[in-house]
Design a protein around this ligand. Structure first.
Ligand code: URA
Ligand code: SF4
Length: 197
């Protein structure tokens, strides 16, 4: 782990900048390979994550791991984090204030790792990072904003009760790693949406 990421981790673990610190068990810093080509960004920790202090280790996490495995990627090759690092009570969607308050941690994670692509998992990350909504309409697409590439897909939790979305998530993740391979080979990839300001 890079020293800079470790510093962020320590700050997150003791952070009291928003009210979510009052109800959490553990803050959940991002986790994974600091040299990753991709950062996966979910919404917020759930119950299992709150108990263990690690992102995406519950059922949604298993769905994400399965999609990675099918693409030939292991979890320790990538970096996984969330828009907010503490669990909202009853898994409610984090508020605009909570998201904005927690934003600096994600900003730092991105600036240290410098991923080729940020993989947006679901509506909350889509809305927070690109101002988008209705991820199911935009999923599978490659977007860009101010020089950073983003790949859009559904939240792994959405696949738990919707079997159709399992195949969608798996295919999207595989497609994203194909795009990453193209980028590494210095090949041009078509950008579907430009959100640049
Ligand atoms: N859902 C998320 O958005 N993040 C997690 O870490 C777990 C479930
Ligand atoms: Fe701090 Fe983010 Fe947790 Fe709020 S959600 S207390 S800003 S780490």
């Amino acid at each position: 782990m890079s020293q800079k990421l470790e510093t962020i981790r320590q700050s997150v673990i003791k952070c009291t900048k928003c009210d979510l610190c009052k109800t959490r068990t553990n803050a959940v810093p991002g986790k994974g390979n600091f040299d990753s080509d991709v950062i996966f960004v979910g919404e917020a920790p759930g119950r299992n994550e709150d108990h263990n202090g690690e992102p995406f280790i519950g059922v949604a996490g298993q769905k994400l791991s399965a999609a990675l495995k099918l693409a030939g990627i292991s979890r320790d090759q990538v970096y996984i984090t969330n828009i907010v690092k503490c669990r909202p009570p009853n898994n409610r969607v984090p508020t605009v204030v909570e998201r904005a308050t927690c934003r600096e941690y994600l900003k730092h994670e991105i600036s240290i790792i410098k991923p080729k692509i940020i993989c947006i998992l679901g509506n909350t990350a889509f809305n927070s990072l690109l101002g988008g909504s209705e991820i199911t309409k935009f999923r599978g697409k490659l977007a860009q904003m101010d020089g950073q590439l983003y790949f859009l897909t559904v939240h792994p939790a959405a696949t738990i009760y919707n079997q159709k979305l399992v195949g969608v998530l798996n295919a999207d993740i595989a497609k994203m790693f194909e795009i990453i391979t193209e980028l590494k080979n210095d090949n041009k990839v078509p950008i579907d949406i430009d959100y640049s300001t």
